[in-house]
Design a protein around this ligand. Structure first.
Ligand code: ATP
Length: 283
């Protein structure tokens, strides 16, 4: 007997075309509630298109997308009414949303020291992003969709926003899908990877499981890695070879003499898969 796990976000054969060109093709995945999914891919891979379809802003041309509960979407350009102050924006949020947590929205602005009485058009890009986050979190979403949320933020704010989002997930059980090009900053934040290439899903995996099944080996120049498995990436210099390998199930194989094994990071994996797909070698 299998136990049904409730999923908060489901896509089945999802496709979206612009003028006959598919920006998203045959995309199928399920995200259980409480997941933080990193949506990663090269420029033009289809990340914004996927988020927009999930948010209900774009209609799919194939398949279906289902999102459970209240959805909040913070778009890449963080659109705000420029003449509104942050205070006005929250007042509007309170009036337009069926559920609204004013204390949470205000606390977010105060935490990131955003002036509440200055027109949004006169706030910095990072401060405007914080107003957009406050509006999204104030609406008590079950699913929060973020398109490059960290892009306008300084390095400290990036770390703080990522940590604050994780706190929200722990406190509320909401599900987050966030697109990003800054993969290193997702370490310890994302527990699920959605990797897009040319509108198709290359990977839909639990991050811990994914990293546990891969390893990198560096050793003497060689045509093959020192272990069994699927070679995701091979790099060679005159005297040395490095292989990123997907290992078969089971215990890790012993490392041969003169080879060094190292753990694979999410960034290593994503870069290797994107390079592989660019060469046309993707599965
Ligand atoms: N309104 C549109 N009309 C026509 N083509 C579009 C439109 N919006 C996006 N596209 C195309 O669809 C593809 C996917 O675009 P999308 O914006 O979803 O990619 P992305 O992964 O978010 O890219 P980036 O990382 O650069 O933001 C691209 O080839 C893009 O040129």
């Amino acid at each position: 007997m299998t136990t049904a796990v409730s999923s908060a976000v489901r896509a089945s054969g999802l496709g979206k075309s612009y003028g006959g060109t598919w920006a998203l093709r045959d995309c199928s995945f399920e995200l259980p509630a409480g997941r933080v999914a990193a949506l990663v891919g090269a420029n033009g891979a289809g990340k914004t298109t996927l988020l927009s379809v999930l948010a209900g802003l774009l209609e799919a041309d194939a398949g279906s997308a289902d999102v459970d509960g209240r959805v909040a979407f913070v778009a890449q350009d963080k659109p705000l009414y420029k003449g509104f102050t942050a205070h006005d924006a929250l007042t509007m949020g309170a009036r337009l949303n069926t559920a609204w947590d004013q204390a949470k929205a205000v606390a977010w602005l105060d935490r990131f020291e955003v002036p509440r009485t200055r027109a949004c058009g006169k706030l910095s890009g990072g401060q405007q992003a914080q107003v957009a986050f406050a509006l999204a979190l104030g609406s008590c979403p079950d699913v929060l969709l973020l398109d490059e949320p960290l892009a306008n933020l300084d390095p400290l704010a990036r770390r703080e926003v990522a940590a604050a989002l994780l706190d929200e997930v722990a406190e509320t059980g909401m599900t987050v899908v966030l697109s990003t090009h800054v993969i290193t900053e997702l370490t310890g934040v994302a527990d699920h990877l959605l990797l897009l290439s040319n509108g198709g899903l290359l990977a839909d995996d639990d991050v811990d499981g994914l990293l546990a099944h891969h390893a990198a080996y560096t050793g003497p120049r060689s045509d093959a890695p020192p272990v069994e498995g699927r070679v995701v990436e091979a790099r060679h210099s005159a005297n040395q070879s490095t292989f990123l390998v997907r290992l078969p199930d089971g215990p890790r194989p012993p490392v041969a003499d003169r080879w060094v094994e190292r753990a694979v990071t999410l960034e290593d994996y994503v870069l290797a898969r994107l390079a592989e797909s660019r060469k046309g070698g993707a599965e």
